[in-house]
Design a protein around this ligand. Structure first.
Ligand code: NAD
Length: 289
């Protein structure tokens, strides 16, 4: 069993750290919030991020954004300096590719963002998309398996964040497209179920339709059936689309639909959708005509 330092015990990090402790690892955990620390059942509290990192075989961060990750690893009293020379460092936060590469420079570090949401974190069924050196990945894989079901090594440093940005941009675009198809069907007098029955078996088929259908009925478990309670909140989709657009600008990639999706999700959040599931954008699209 490994000694693990874990920093960032929020909605995702809290259950992830608990799952590591449940798997028998010795977890020393730190968060700025006392309430988050108190909820980290099975973990030993640390007095600081650096203390959590000291003497650990693996050091994991699950923080809100790139600036928090840079500060935690490289700032004064940073964890990179406190970690033992052989430790494997793993950042599971969703951050921009450039910061992921900057933080990892010269370190045995993996960027390992996740998908699967808070349910995936609770149930240890997350998908990890991982960037970084082969040796660090091989060492970290069994640790990530205690928190997730699918672990994909995507390439060198930054490749995990790159995969996350590309996937979520595609998801946003396909959700908007799916929602627009239902809005048009409504205007044409075509029932939700009829469109679903046709499109789910023909070339319009996609995950946003068949697993996460933005209208109630055809897919009983989708957030549309519970008044769009998240799920995956609009604020998080806006954040991820912002990261994708930042990457597109930095690399000169043309992503016009990604840019438009960001505009639409910004409006969705500004109009009160921050804590609404991202599939709730169909309600905004209905009103837009
Ligand atoms: P959260 O806001 O619930 O948790 C972040 C935690 O980090 C908080 O408890 C905060 O106190 C702590 N923190 C901030 N700065 C710190 C510091 N310097 N030292 C120690 N602790 C610090 O966020 P979350 O929902 O757990 O998300 C974490 C990351 O995972 C984000 O990058 C998010 O985009 C990503 N993510 C979230 C979800 C989701 O469904 N919530 C899904 C996939 C990915």
């Amino acid at each position: 069993m490994a000694r693990i330092g874990f920093v960032g015990l929020g909605n995702m990090g809290g259950p992830m750290a608990r799952n590591l402790a449940k798997a028998g690892h010795e977890v020393r955990a730190f968060d700025l919030s006392a309430a988050a620390m108190a909820a980290a059942t099975g973990c030993t509290p640390a007095a600081s991020a650096a203390e959590a990192a000291t003497g650990a075989d693996f050091v994991i961060t699950m923080l809100p954004a790139g600036r928090h990750v840079r500060d935690a690893w490289l700032g004064a009293g940073g964890m990179a300096a406190a970690a033992a020379p052989g430790a494997v460092l793993i950042d599971c936060s969703t951050i921009d590719v450039a910061t992921a590469r900057e933080v990892a420079t010269g370190l045995p570090m993996l960027d390992a963002p996740v998908s699967g949401g808070t349910m995936g974190a609770e149930n240890a069924t997350l998908t990890f998309m991982v960037g970084g050196p082969d040796g660090a990945f091989a060492a970290a894989e069994p640790i990530l398996q205690a928190m997730g079901r699918s672990i994909v090594h995507c390439g060198e440093s930054g490749a995990g964040q790159a995969a996350k940005a590309c996937n979520n941009m595609l998801l946003a675009i396909s959700m908007i497209g799916t929602a627009e198809a239902f809005v048009l069907a409504e205007k044409l007098g075509l029932s939700h179920q009829a469109l679903f029955d046709v499109a789910s078996k023909s070339s319009g088929q996609c995950w946003a339709l068949t697993t996460y259908c933005p209208v109630p009925g055809p897919v009983p478990g989708s957030p549309a059936n519970r008044d769009y309670a998240p799920g995956f909140a609009g604020a998080l989709m806006e954040k991820d689309l912002g990261l994708a657009q930042q990457a597109a600008q930095e690399t000169g990639a043309a992503t016009p639909l990604g840019a438009h999706a960001l505009e639409l999700y910004r409006r969705f959040v500004a109009e009160g959708g921050a804590q609404t599931d991202f599939s709730g954008i169909i309600r905004m699209l209905r009103g837009a005509a």
